[in-house]
Design a protein around this ligand. Structure first.
Ligand SMILES: [Zn+2]
Length: 436
């Protein structure tokens, strides 16, 4: 599971150190965990703009969780700017308000990572190094890795000093491509520049008020942090199609996102989070756990040492969250067996269209064009409903990363992928908490 929070609802700050009311932070974190369902142990970072990576291994006593400092809600807090784990039940979180949250996952080796990348971490190649660690410690194949770059400050707004330009120049051969330079114009040119501004303001964007200051006459540099990190991920071996990035700029969208820069430091922190869900087994637990094979839960925030991955397959409708009596819409999913299974569980099934207040919508898609309906379809969903995209396995016409990107573009977040059938996969998209 992975996702990004926004500042909504009600200034949804998730960081204690910038909070005026820590209780609200604890409450917001509880709300987030509840929304995710299941048992999760939060792992956060004391972020230092370094390239320090903390690796939490499933099969290691020295995984750092037991002895680590705790936040007031029991979250494990380590120091550094990236977290990697193969351990189910850990929810890795980075906290941001302009810096980029970068989430990485390896579905094959079941390894996830969360990276905090501001300009300093980026200059230290933290994203590239995180991929390197996944490779070295877990044998991840970068070609199989997927990355999602969450909302952060974009090149439209991220004005930086000459020191930053120089730090990148010395590091990256492609550095000139990462900066937009605004050359100083002669004073009499200024009114023209303003009239023929190359970029129309985005909705909600704050532009400086007219009036030419000395600072404005100096040469300016704007850093494209997203592109810088995208290049690092590609350099580390990821495929272009497996790197998705949010189009949202924090400084442009202070209505939706926290921006340290746009709000002069007086703001909250959002989270980018990722974790491997602990799968529930269907088999009954033995009455008395044998302590030699099942070490008792140490009671650390509900994280048991005995967390095991299950190979027991649940009935498909359970995996897909179809509850008895649910209102379900099926759009283009042709499989007859699926229709039969659905009818056994609920009578409220429509084919080819979605009724208002649907619990679940199944949308078949074979190409990106089939995802154009996401934006309008979500209006038929209940706030806590889910839209499953069902797509053919192993065909290049539509990739999982494209569905995730289309979801993000439609304002939806993905939080689960399951095997729908031998021939099809299904990815769940939901409305972000902030909009429910
Ligand atoms: Zn912007």
């Amino acid at each position: 599971m992975l996702g990004f929070t926004t500042r909504q609802p009600g200034e949804f700050n998730l960081n204690y150190s910038v909070a005026r009311a820590p209780r609200r932070v604890a409450r917001n974190r509880r709300r987030l965990l509840r929304a995710l369902g299941g048992r999760w142990q939060f792992v956060t970072l004391k972020q230092r703009h370094t390239d320090t990576i903390q690796v939490l291994r499933k099969n290691s006593r020295r995984n750092g969780v037991g002895r680590a400092r705790r936040e007031r809600d029991g979250a494990v807090k380590l120091t550094g700017d990236a977290l990697i784990t193969d351990r189910p039940g850990l929810l890795l979180a980075v906290q941001v308000a302009d810096c980029l949250p970068i989430l990485l996952f390896d579905a094959e080796k079941r390894v996830v990572a969360a990276v905090h990348a501001g300009w300093r971490g980026t200059a230290k190649r933290i994203a590239e190094k995180a991929v390197g660690r996944m490779r070295a410690e877990f044998g991840s194949n970068p070609k199989k890795l997927r990355a999602v770059i969450g909302p952060g400050i974009h090149g439209c707004c991220y004005e930086v000093g000459r020191d930053v330009v120089e730090a990148f120049d010395g590091q990256f051969p492609y550095a000139p491509k990462l900066f937009r330079r605004i050359k100083p114009a002669p004073p009499d040119m200024h009114w023209q520049q303003r009239l023929f501004s190359p970029e129309p303001p985005q909705p909600g964007e704050r532009r400086p008020r007219p009036g030419v200051t000395a600072a404005e006459r100096a040469e300016k540099f704007y850093l494209d942090l997203v592109e810088a990190n995208r290049r690092q991920l590609l350099a580390a071996g990821l495929r272009t199609a497996n790197v998705a990035a949010s189009p949202l700029c924090t400084a442009c969208r202070t209505d939706l996102l926290f921006s340290h820069r746009a709000e002069q430091g007086q703001t909250g922190r959002m989270m980018g989070w990722i974790g491997i869900a602990v799968m529930q087994t269907n088999s009954k637990k033995p009455r008395k756990a044998d302590p030699s094979t099942h070490p008792p839960s140490p009671g650390k925030g509900g994280l048991a040492q005995g967390d095991k991955l299950s190979l027991v397959t649940k009935p498909r409708l359970d995996k897909l969250g179809v509850k008895p009596g649910a209102r379900v819409a099926v759009l283009g999913v042709e499989e007859k067996a699926f229709a039969r299974e659905l009818r056994k569980r609920t009578r409220d099934v429509t084919q080819g269209r979605a009724k208002k207040s649907s619990d679940l919508i199944f949308l078949a898609a074979e190409s990106p064009a089939g995802l154009k309906r996401l934006r309008t379809l979500q209006r038929a969903l209940k706030p806590n409903g889910a839209l499953w995209v069902v797509w053919p396995k192993g065909r290049p016409a539509l990739k999982e990363s494209q569905i995730i990107a289309a979801g993000i573009a439609a304002g939806l977040i993905d939080n689960k992928v399951v095997s729908f059938s031998k021939t099809h996969s299904a990815l769940r998209l939901v409305i972000p908490l902030a909009r429910r």
